[in-house]
Design a protein around this ligand. Structure first.
Ligand code: 4AD
Ligand code: MG
Length: 477
């Protein structure tokens, strides 16, 4: 007999006899009511056990976390808040769960505790909802680009190039560690590695993506990227997923248009398909806000924030204008934005970004035309010889969610920049070929997928929106 998903039972048009449902017990009340969840929806189905005719031995084994198969009749429920329930005719315990040992008790656990149990936390309502939303968001990303005729490109994970030039790479070795050649300091000599070449885990698929855009026109990548930055923040992971579209003949303005349209599309798509999960996460956040002092409470609920992003254009502001705004802003009295006013040329700290987005403009902001010396080598130099055609998209509560640029398409200018930075041109011969043969204006950006999931779910720590977070403290799984 085929089993039916809880979601389909709850959406049934009418009562049905003889259904089979399989899932995990969330709670069991009064020896009678099982709240059963199978992951298909945030909602549980109530299964009413005929306890007088069920052996005591079986009743004892209906514990939180146990896997069960329930047969019965789907009937209209008299209880509040649920349309249907299952009147159980037979019940089989598929897998026991010792209530003394199962860590996921039917109570509110702290997110810190749950992080220690990444393999089990997905059995909670919060993580179930976040992971379903994440899944739908990733599908929305493919849907958007596929509808627009972009080609999905898989760029290398093991690579010889440092796309961002920031030196934040994990090195890769194919050598047996107990027999690796050592350098003068007695450390493993990675230079000899990957079959004779020094290689790393990719920090970005952009450079390879550009070569494909210069043939296929519009491409996107969507894959794991790695950064060996030791940032213990709630916005950084050592392993995260990035979406990187790259489009031939797009200038920076077209790049901004694409990024804005893309973000609005995927949020809208997800809001339409994850109503129950988002309603749950919205309520969770509202409850959490109530525990804060009134002055610190968010003015908008999660769903209102999402709707706001859909309905409002992102504010486009040059780096130079942003510095002027920051210089002319009085330090905030309640110290929430304890920023130092910076001079032109400095990189913006996250407090600056959050001030601009949350206090000054109160909407998503696209900052563009940054000083050349704080951005990567491949960005298009402006006519002022000082700034580059870079853009960062800043989101409320998150900070930078997208980084992108129009690329330097002029071979001589690019070669000069590479020389200035002391990068070996030979390492990038293949990249420079895009400028040697049929070069053209082109642009792209990278969206940090987990930062988008943070925004859409209203979670506040990036470790809570990826199934198995890899951070300096956590690489257990
Ligand atoms: O700004 P980034 O470093 O840009 C690039 O890598 C470009 N090659 C992208 C491109 O133009 N194709 O990274 C892009 C985005 C950031 O805006 C941020 O959202 C996210 O990736 N990101 C991280 N997310 C989580 N953990 C980290 N350690 C991250 N580093 C960057
Ligand atoms: Mg960036």
């Amino acid at each position: 007999m085929k089993h039916t998903k809880v979601k389909d039972l709850l959406n049934s048009a009418k009562p049905v006899d003889d259904v089979l449902v399989k899932g995990w017990v969330r709670t069991f009340r009064n020896n009678q009511f099982i709240a059963l969840n199978d992951g298909s929806t945030i909602n549980n189905i109530q299964c009413v056990v005929d306890f007088e005719n069920t052996p005591a031995e079986t009743l004892k084994r209906i514990t939180t976390g146990a896997a069960v198969a329930v047969k019965g009749n789907l009937t209209e429920s008299k209880g509040a808040g649920q349309k249907y329930e299952v009147q159980v005719t037979s019940l089989e315990i598929l897998g026991d769960s010792d209530p003394e040992k199962f860590p996921m008790q039917p109570k509110k656990h702290s997110l810190e505790f749950l992080r220690e149990n990444a393999h089990l936390r997905v059995r909670t309502n919060v993580f179930g909802a976040v992971m379903r939303v994440r899944s739908v968001l990733s599908f929305a990303i493919h849907q958007y680009f596929q509808e627009k005729g972009f080609v999905y490109v898989n760029t290398p994970i093991i690579t010889g190039s440092d796309a961002e030039g920031a030196g934040e790479m994990f090195q890769v070795t194919s050598l047996p560690l107990n027999n690796a050649p050592l350098n003068e300091e007695g450390k493993i000599d990675y230079k000899q590695d990957f079959f004779g070449k020094e290689t790393n885990l990719t920090v970005s698929g952009q450079l390879e993506g550009e070569t494909f855009a210069m043939a296929l026109g519009q491409i996107y990548t969507f894959g794991p990227t790695f950064r060996a930055e030791n940032s213990n923040t709630s916005r950084h992971l050592a392993e995260f997923w990035m979406v990187e579209p790259e489009v031939a003949f797009n200038d920076l303005d077209a790049n901004m248009d694409l990024a804005e349209d893309f973000i609005q599309y995927v949020i809208k798509y997800t809001m339409e398909r994850c109503k129950d999960d988002l309603a749950f996460l919205d309520q969770r956040l509202t409850d959490e806000e109530k525990t804060k002092p009134t002055a610190e409470r968010s003015e908008m609920s999660l769903l209102e924030k999402l709707q706001f992003v859909l309905e409002n254009n992102f504010k486009r502001v040059s780096y130079t204008e942003a510095i002027d705004i920051l210089k002319n802003s009085k330090p905030n009295k309640n110290k929430k934005f304890n920023y130092i006013i910076e001079e032109w040329g400095a990189d913006l700290q996250s407090e600056h970004e959050r001030f601009l987005v949350e206090k000054h403009f109160k909407c998503p902001v696209i900052l563009f035309d940054y000083p050349a010396n704080i951005k990567a080598f491949y960005m298009r130099l402006n006519e002022d010889n000082k700034t580059v055609r870079a853009m960062d998209i800043l989101f409320p509560g998150i900070g930078e969610i997208v980084g992108g640029s129009q690329r330097e398409e002029r071979l001589d200018v690019l070669q000069q920049k590479i020389a200035e930075l002391g990068i070996d041109e030979k390492e990038l011969w293949w990249y420079l070929d895009t400028r040697r043969f049929g070069t053209a204006v082109h642009s792209g950006f990278g969206l940090g997928f987990e930062r988008l999931v943070l925004f859409v779910t209203g979670m506040t720590n990036i470790r809570d929106v990826i199934p198995f977070p890899r951070t300096p403290q956590n690489a257990e799984f």
